[in-house]
Structure formats: C-alpha cells, structure tokens
Design a protein around this ligand. Sequence first.
Ligand code: COA
Ligand code: ZN
Length: 288
Amino acid sequence: MTEFVQIVEVGPRDGLQNEPDLVPLSAKLAFVEGLIAAGLREIEATSFVSPKAVPQLADADDLMVTLPRNSAVCYHALVPNERGLERALTAKTDVIALFTSATEAFCQANIRCTVAESFERFAPVVERVRAAGLSLRGYVSVAFVCPFCGDVDPGAAVDIALRLAEIGCDDVCLADTVGRARPEQVTAVFSQLLKTLSPDRLSLHVHDTDGRALDNIDAALELGIRRFDGAAGGLGGCPFAPGAPGNVATQRVVRHLHERGFETGVDPDLITRALDPVLPYLTRPVVT
Ligand code: COA
Ligand code: ZN
C-alpha cells in the first residue's frame, strides 16, 4: 500500500504576508479555491495578528468567513494571543496555530516578548481552544538556524517543541524559518523528539534559501515524519527574519514525494493554476 504524506499549504499566510503589495480579498479567495481544487485539504489561510505588524493579512476576519466550507478542508490560522483567538473563533477557524521560537532574539523580533512570556500568553488560548474542541498546532520558529544567532542548539529546539506538545499542541511543527538548515540538523532535532513523541505529532516547515529544502524533507521522511508544509509557487518568507526568501514550493514537494512513491492526493499542475489570481500582485517569479 502506498504511504500517505499530509501537505499543509501555507502560501495564503506565509506566502502572502511577505509580499510588499496587498492582495485583494477576492484574489485570495480565488487562490484558496484553486488550492482546494488541486487537492489540498489543510490550508493555513491567514493570521489573526496585529494588522500593524502584518498589514498584508489585515483582512483575516473577512477572508476566513468568506472561504468555501467543505467538511474535508481544514483552515489553519496563526494566533499570537487571546485577542487573536477571539477573532479566529468568531471567524470559525478550524486549526489554531500558536507560534514561538527556539531563540530569544527571534522571539523578540517576531512577537515582541520572551519565550517564557509567549508560553504565558498561550495558556489561556490553549484552554479556550480545548473548550471549543478545535485542533491546535504549535510552531517552533528558527528551530535549526536563527537569522540573529546562527546555528541553533538542537536541545533548545527540542525543549520548546516538547513544551508545545506538553501544553496540548496536537501537531508540533519545526520551522526552518530562514531556509538555511542542513539535513543533519533536521535529523538531530527530530530523532531527539521521537524519543518522546510519536511521528504523527510532528511536522516540518522549510524555506529554500540554500537549496536544501528537499534534502531536509528527506531527512525527516527517513525518521517517519509524514506531514510537511509548502507554499504554492514557493511564495513567502518572513518579514521578521532578514534574508528569508520563499517557502519550499508545494509543487516541488509534491512531485518529489510522488517520485519517492508517496501519495499526497495533490495535483501539482493544479497548484500552479491556483496561483493565477494572485500573480498580478506578486513581485517575484513563482515556481511552476
Ligand atoms: N489582532 C489585532 N490586533 C492586535 C492583536 C491581534 N491579535 N494583538 C495585538 N493587537 C494590537 C493591539 O490592539 C495594539 O493596537 P494599538 O497600537 O492600536 O493599541 C497593537 O496591536 C500592539 O498590541 P500589544 O499587545 O502591545 O502587542 P505588541 O506590540 O507587543 O505585539 C504581537 C505583539 C504578537 C501582537 C505582534 O508583534 C504581532 O502581531 N506580530 C505578528 C508576528 C507574525 O505574524 N509573524 C509571522 C509569523 S512567523
Ligand atoms: Zn515560514
């Protein structure tokens, strides 16, 4: 039997948050509709963060309530605090994604607090997410390399990931936010985590700055990880991480997985077609 790998499409959030031009709501909506037509079932649609911090996603409330609803499709959104959760619940988000960092420097740059304070903010959010019966994801940003501190001690990333699992994150996602991780770092972090957590609670989010995204995915696949993020067309980056260009293109991840004999349920050519409505607003070429 072919083994299934779950793709989490983060283009509408991680991708569009880094575009200098605002993409109109109608184009975002058509983009997500196209992603669903391509077979994607877990879509990180937006963030309920401060619109001053990320003006590109200021339309999160309107977008989330307008998205087509289909019981097979789960919409994820980033939530930094209780205010964000309130908005996410009102808009009927399916998966709440918390995010903190493996380093203090990135945490400050990204969410303007210490790692310890980020967990204090999470406590009331987690309680309400649980009460609402929603699924919870937790990101460890800069899990391998930090734009401010360089290589991250695997123990630091493991520690934060385990804390996210402990507070109740169903899925803990290790993020190579700047796209400079090496496969041996991926192996080091995941093999430590797998001593405590089962592979179905872990996922990997990679950018492709140094061209090693697929090697890093292979390192995680080798250890039994079966959930990976990608952004359609290789859109994306992080406005708070200098030098972070695109996410790995979902089409490349999907084609690579299919070549390796895995099943994803996703058609990479239809992902390329899904990008059409947003192309006029993008400043960089997309991967097809
Ligand atoms: N939704 C909407 N507005 C929010 C908000 C939310 N979830 N959280 C805070 N705000 C508003 C506040 O009302 C306040 O507005 P005001 O200046 O008009 O009074 C302003 O944002 C600052 O709020 P404060 O609580 O002081 O937060 P902060 O300045 O310490 O910033 C974050 C903390 C986390 C809210 C902010 O840094 C943020 O949204 N970062 C986004 C990070 C991100 O998306 N990174 C990419 C993912 S890797
Ligand atoms: Zn990212």
